[in-house]
Design a protein around this ligand. Structure first.
Ligand SMILES: [Zn+2]
Length: 94
């Protein structure tokens, strides 16, 4: 199972930006003389919530019928760099 993104700060973030966040946290801790491990498991977001991985098999898209009819193509984008992580294309019921 592949991790395609992470969820924190009430948004999705690509793996690259998540890595940058971890490095920034580790750097800040070192500056303050805190010597604890910095990893996905130990870091919390700005709301104090854990960082959760989003797997390639997870449903991030909106599958509500009325929403789908207006948005058959949906993009999973990074909240930081706005890169498109994944695209979902709804196959109409033929
Ligand atoms: Zn990003």
């Amino acid at each position: 199972m592949d991790i395609i993104a992470y969820t924190y700060d009430a948004d999705y973030h690509c793996i690259f930006c998540t890595g940058k966040k971890l490095i920034a946290v580790a750097r800040n801790k070192r500056k303050m003389g805190i010597n604890t491990e910095t990893s996905i498991e130990t870091v919390v977001d700005n709301d104090g919530n854990e960082i959760h991985p989003l797997f390639s098999t997870d449903e991030w898209m909106e599958l509500d019928e009325s929403h789908l009819s207006e948005n058959p193509i949906q993009h999973l984008t990074c909240g930081d760099c706005h890169t498109i992580i994944e695209t979902y294309e709804h196959q109409g019921d033929e």
